[in-house]
Design a protein around this ligand. Structure first.
Ligand code: FAD
Length: 477
């Protein structure tokens, strides 16, 4: 029977500590907070509300969803939220993250971007991280965690649970939080209509290989799309290989990936990638952009990917999710949360879009911006720190973004005037980002999606850069 009485049950996953789940029969009829979805956002939300004394029901429909290729790099601000709630305690296989190393493939060597003030983040294999978070949260006395149960919004203060077999049950709550990731459609009315598909991403795990900068996320530019590579534990390195939509046909073949990206990979990585690359070793994910919106209807909060998504090159999805959770638990009201997070996430969103497009597009304006970004990073430690503060969500200041972007745009403009004035027209395309960031309070989802607006030629395959010969230089600044 669906609602039979039972006690908290504990079961063991091979070699791991036990996960305490609550049996359906033990679920109460009322909670202070019900959270739908136990990914990073849902687990953090449950922990943040529990820390404030709330009773929480955390519902996960498909625990195996955590096995997919998804987020693994967490910026220092995200690590801070996890540490504040003891959620990282006992996590064995993670690696400290000190910043990024960008490989521009321009012959001048990689550029190291450290987190300011010796702050550190972390990287951890996605399933290991999510399983650990669920275990930690389920141990909290105020949290009841149920698995294999689908949650659906029945009213702003009620959630309908279904566990298969057609039986359903209603739980009432003062606060309902949707943390169901990108699949939140149908749970609460979300802003799906604004979603833009960007690219495919191939995930590859390479064992016993080397990275030039241990502890850094390596952003490797020069292939058809950027590659993000980082260590996820002592033995394994994750590669996230981006295949922009315009060239994705035929791009599933391992041979295509090798031919398209091998030349730009740092030499230390190449043998491991060659050896590890096969159809079976690749996992695929699709990347999209959806501007963030934090409230559905009048009374339901959205956190994490349910609120919005952007390209994972800047590895901000989990950190944004954790900051959402913290802000929601601290807010006096849902509108206060929604407005504060809309304002704080605006700049990370713009930055992520701007950096991705700068690294992928091949129109003269984009090339001028890209070269200017590299030159500015190389020449100014203050600019590197500002970028990392924005990237790691330590700053969401519009002033910082406008200063950083204006400096890059001015430098690019000056170079273009001297070499090819026609590029200046292309550069004007880029001004929409600093312009959009000056918008005092993003009034609508539509205005936020401006940052993804692109010229028609954005869709043409020849718009993307062709492979360039690999030019390696070992010294970073
Ligand atoms: C290829 C790729 C690489 C990425 N790399 C990074 C990275 O390095 N760093 C980073 O920060 N971010 C990265 N991201 C983004 C990151 O994975 C997401 O931002 C993050 O997982 C969002 O967490 P979430 O909890 O909101 O959603 P999810 O992780 O999607 O979790 C949602 C959970 O809700 C459950 N659920 C869904 N519907 C229901 C329902 N009706 N009832 C109950 N449960 C439900 C799902 O089963 C799932 O477990 C990456 C994304 C991709 C695709």
């Amino acid at each position: 029977m669906f609602w039979q009485r039972a006690s908290r049950c504990e079961y063991s996953c091979a070699g791991m500590r036990r996960l305490q789940t609550t049996e359906l029969g033990d679920i109460r009829s009322t909670y202070d907070t019900v959270v739908i979805g136990a990914g990073p956002a849902g687990c953090a939300t449950a922990a943040c509300f529990a820390a404030r004394g709330a009773s929480v029901l955390l519902i996960e429909s498909n625990p195996k969803a955590a096995r997919r290729f998804a987020g693994e790099w967490i910026h220092p601000e995200g690590a801070r939220v996890l540490n504040a709630h003891g959620l990282l305690e006992g996590l064995e296989s993670s690696v400290e993250g000190r910043g990024f190393a960008v490989f521009p493939n321009d012959g001048l060597g990689p550029i190291r971007l450290d987190y300011p003030g010796l702050a550190t983040g972390l990287a951890c294999e996605h399933e290991t991280l999510v399983t650990h978070l669920r275990r930690r949260v389920a141990e909290l006395s105020q949290v009841d965690y149920v698995e294999g149960v689908r949650g659906r919004l029945a009213a702003t203060d009620a959630v309908e649970l279904s566990a298969g077999g057609g039986k359903t049950h209603r739980v009432h709550s003062r606060r309902v939080v949707v943390a169901a990731g990108r699949s939140s459609r149908g749970i609460a009315e979300a802003t799906r209509e604004d979603q833009v598909s960007i690219s495919l991403m191939a995930g590859l795990v390479v064992t016993d290989a080397h990275l030039p900068f241990d502890g850094y996320g390596h952003v490797i530019v020069g292939g058809p799309g950027p590659v993000l590579a980082y260590r996820i534990d002592q033995r394994r390195i994750r590669l996230c290989i981006d295949v922009p939509n315009a060239i994705r046909r035929g791009a599933h073949a391992p041979e295509w990936i090798w031919k398209s990206f091998a030349e730009v990979l740092p030499a230390a990585l190449r043998p491991g990638v060659r050896e590890g690359l096969s159809s079976a070793s690749l996992s695929w994910a699709s990347n999209a952009f959806r501007p963030r919106r934090y409230q559905a209807g009048s009374g339901v909060a959205l956190v994490g990917d349910a609120a919005g998504v952007f390209h994972p090159l800047t590895a901000m999805g989990i950190t944004m999710s954790l900051l959402d959770a913290e802000a929601l638990a601290q807010a006096q009201s849902l509108p206060e949360y929604a407005s504060r997070r809309a304002s704080q996430s605006y700049i990370p969103e713009l930055l992520s879009n701007a950096i991705y497009q700068a690294f992928v597009r091949s129109d003269p304006g984009s090339e001028a911006i890209r070269d200017s970004i590299y030159r500015t990073w190389r020449s100014s430690s203050a600019h590197r720190s500002r970028t990392m503060n924005l990237l790691g969500a330590a700053s969401s200041s519009r002033g910082d973004f406008v200063r950083a972007f204006s400096r890059v745009a001015l430098r690019a403009g000056a170079g273009a005037l001297l070499s090819d004035p026609r590029t200046v027209v292309d550069l004007a395309n880029w001004l929409k980002w600093p312009w959009a960031s000056l918008h005092p309070q993003p009034a609508s989802v539509r205005s936020r999606s401006l940052s993804w607006a692109a010229p028609e030629s954005w869709d043409r395959s020849d718009f993307f850069r062709s492979r360039q010969p690999f030019k390696e230089k070992q010294d970073a600044n």
